[in-house]
Write a protein that binds this ligand. Structure first.
Ligand code: SAM
Length: 289
């Protein structure tokens, strides 16, 4: 380890993950975030905001494919999609792989993150920026959903963790506004933390989603960047069953989707929760009233 430099993530109370720094590509204090971009031999480009890892070029496909394709393939005919947050725009590229999507609105609070990602992460977002269906609004996502009269088939909350500007995206009132913005048959998916290392964020996400929606659960993904066990993506709807549709229908709908992590089998399996996560979800949902 002598002579090597390391960048340490400081997002968690009792655990730290460090990335070897092959090169510092950029470091700045923006209006809303401190921003660090480094190159790592294993993860490629690593972007941290305020000491929390947001995206790496080597494993972003896992998080972005699973956040986009699980609800979009399950829905089957989503035309209007909203992303809240999502500054690196890698999620937008996955959403826009679905030809049925007529319009994708992304509401991001920090214009600097978008500009920065456009310059430094073209390999994961160039197709989104070239797509006329993609619209970016610079605003607080909570303000946007409180005021808008637009309605969406799918809403994806690709947020930072539940501190700083991202805290509002874990609140009860935000989830109530999401429900109002959802069309019949709509699905909401939210970044809900790593339950083992962020139990409070996970519990808050599950409890507040379940206060607003008829059905709340989560599905799990394994992302090397988000260390500490499975990451949970919250799933909520007024009128859809997370077990539907069946595997054959998923396979049919996903037949021409180019992916590296998502498969219809993985889609189904992701809803099978390890017992400690299932119990934490159930306890959070039971505590909603
Ligand atoms: N995949 C990442 C993760 O799990 O850590 C999240 C990536 S994305 C870069 C998170 C984005 O959410 C950031 O660009 C941040 O500026 C944005 N964000 C945070 N709070 C927000 C808010 N209240 N409204 C809109 N965007 C917000």
């Amino acid at each position: 380890m002598t002579g090597r430099r390391w960048l340490t993530e400081t997002a968690f109370a009792h655990m730290r993950m460090s990335f070897e720094v092959a090169r510092v590509l950029h470091a700045e204090h923006g209006d809303r975030h401190r921003l660090d971009l480094i190159e790592n031999p294993l993860f490629g480009k690593v972007l941290m905001l305020d000491g929390a890892t947001q995206v790496t070029t080597a494993d972003e496909f896992i998080y972005h494919e699973m956040m986009a394709h699980v609800p979009l393939v399950a829905h089957g005919a989503a035309h209007e999609v909203l992303i809240v947050g999502g500054g690196d725009c890698g999620l937008a590229e996955e959403v826009l792989k679905h030809p049925a999507v007529a319009r994708l609105v992304q509401v991001e609070i920090d214009a600097r993150v978008i500009d920065f990602a456009r310059t430094h992460f073209a390999e994961i977002n160039a197709a989104a920026f070239a797509d006329p269906r993609f619209q970016i609004e610079i605003a607080d996502g909570a303000d946007f959903v409180r005021r808008t009269d637009r309605r969406f088939d799918i809403i994806l909350v690709d947020s930072t963790d539940a501190t700083g500007p991202g805290a509002v995206l874990f609140t009860e009132s935000f989830h109530a506004d999401l429900r109002r913005c959802l069309r019949p048959g709509g699905i909401v998916v939210t970044q809900s933390g790593v339950p083992f290392v962020q139990p409070d964020d996970f519990t808050t996400a599950m409890r507040n989603l379940s206060k607003a929606f008829a059905t709340t659960t989560c599905y799990v993904i394994a992302v090397p960047t988000y260390a500490g066990g499975h990451m949970a993506l919250g799933w909520a709807s007024m009128d859809r069953d997370p077990d539907a549709p069946d595997l054959a229908t998923l396979a049919n709908r996903a037949a021409s989707l180019a992916t590296r992590y998502y498969t219809p089998d993985v889609h189904k399996a992701a809803f099978a929760l390890p017992r400690y996560i299932r119990d934490a979800r159930d306890a959070a949902v039971a505590s909603r009233s």
